[in-house]
Ligand binder design. Structure first.
Ligand SMILES: *Cc1c(COP(=O)(O)O)cnc(C)c1O
Length: 407
């Protein structure tokens, strides 16, 4: 099976870099993976996908994989795209869908990026990896590293969700709790590159996690019959998912696979507890100022400074979308709203999108009849503190007061 990667390209200045060796950043900013899309178009048509297994690897020609043996997989299934009629009605709209990424290995969409990045790291002979993480990336990397037989080091802020801490350890990673933010963890990982000879898998510090996340956009397009929605709401931390989807739509457009020229407005959703991209968007800036003293239960969004800030902001603006923040104090409320109305387990990150959606409808940034997709990026069950409730107890030795149960 041929590989169609033509080169890597610096996102900050367009410098081209040959693809055959392991790369990190250029001028301390991310790299794009570029493909010979004409050759892809000659080699495969979108109808050929129909007979392939329902996994992210079905988009093989648009991924950097050279040989199937390089793929490190835990079964990255296509995720459900669920129409939400009851939630839509509650919000006064008509065409709302949730793409539920919580069904992926380790319960979040981080699996897509890590499956791809670990596959490439393995192909380049890497045997030890490290990552700074707010939570889910650590669990996902630990699992894929175990699968690939690599050694794994994970650095998390002390306040990271406990399930993330334990799941990374469960998968054999050496997990350290750092008394600081994800940026402080990142400093440790960068600092250890020489002394520990590990490969740094931080968000956007190598080019391949982005290619894995890109499959969210490819998959969404295919699920919708290649007709893209009007609006995508995405809970944005480091931004790989938003940047990756916008890249996917561009590649599909160039391939001529999209029905019409319609592309969605990308809504970058953050919490008021950490919204550096929203501030930069409002200020008309291309780069974001680091957010001081971030505080949010949406761990995946607790990213005070994103390496790809300009890539996020470029995508939002090119798409005529927006960056908006939702009230941190209401995240649990929105998690419960979706849980009760739709039975979908929404993490606090995606709950941010519900808040933004409410506000965007009220302010007229989204029309009630538009086709809107909200990304549920990870499972609520990992956030024990956010879903904790006081439950009534029953004494089985006494008669049950049936009327009391329904009160
Ligand atoms: C990491 C994470 C995010 C943010 O993802 P980016 O693509 O890096 O912006 C959102 N939600 C969850 C559950 C996450 O784990």
């Amino acid at each position: 099976m041929p590989c169609f990667v033509s080169h890597l390209e610096s996102a900050i200045d367009g410098t081209q870099i040959p693809p055959g060796t392991l790369q990190t950043t250029h001028r301390d900013r991310p790299l794009w993976v570029r493909y010979d899309l004409e050759a892809v178009g000659r080699a495969v048509g979108r109808e050929a996908l129909r007979d392939r297994p329902q996994t992210m690897w079905r988009y093989r020609e648009l991924l950097p994989i050279e040989h199937d043996e390089h793929i490190v997989s835990l079964g990255e299934t296509m995720t459900p795209l669920l129409e939400c009629r009851r939630l839509a009605r509650a919000l006064g709209m008509t065409n709302l869908w949730i793409k539920d990424e919580s069904v992926l290995p380790t319960g979040s969409f981080k699996a897509r990026g890590m499956a791809m990045a670990v596959s490439m790291a393995k192909r380049f002979g890497i045997t030890r990896v490290a990552v700074p993480t707010a939570g889910n990336a650590g669990g996902a990397l630990a699992a894929y590293a175990a699968r690939a037989g690599m050694e794994c080091y994970v650095f998390m802020p002390v306040g990271a969700p406990v399930v993330n801490q334990y799941e990374a350890a469960l998968h054999g990673a050496r997990v350290f709790l750092v008394n600081g933010l994800i940026s402080d963890c990142a400093q440790i990982v960068r600092g250890g590159v020489d002394a520990m000879s590990w490969f740094d898998l931080s968000t956007l510090r190598e080019p391949y996690r982005l290619e894995g996340k890109k499959t969210m956009g490819l998959e969404l397009a295919e699920q919708l019959g290649w007709r893209l929605p009007d609006v995508i709401l995405y809970p944005t931390g480091g931004g790989t998912g938003l940047i990756g989807m916008w890249k996917a739509f561009d590649e599909l457009h160039r391939l001529g696979w999209l029905a019409g020229d319609h592309r969605p407005r990308m809504f970058c959703c953050q919490s008021t507890g950490c919204d550096p991209v929203v501030r930069a968007f409002q200020g008309g800036h291309r780069f974001a100022e680091p957010f001081t003293d971030p505080q949010t239960i949406a761990a995946g969004l607790c990213v005070p400074a994103a390496l790809g800030d300009f890539m996020i902001l470029d995508a939002i603006r090119e798409s005529h979308g927006r960056a908006m923040s939702a009230d941190e104090s209401r995240l649990k409320e929105w998690m419960q709203m979706v849980g009760r109305l739709e039975g979908i387990s929404l993490g606090p990150e995606a709950a941010v999108c519900v808040g933004v959606l409410e506000q965007a409808l009220a302010e007229g940034h989204i029309d009630p009849d538009e086709h809107v997709i909200l990304f549920s990026t990870g499972a609520a069950q990992k956030y024990v503190d956010a879903i904790r409730v006081d439950l009534p107890t029953l004494d089985h030795r006494h008669p049950i007061d049936w009327d009391a149960l329904a009160r």
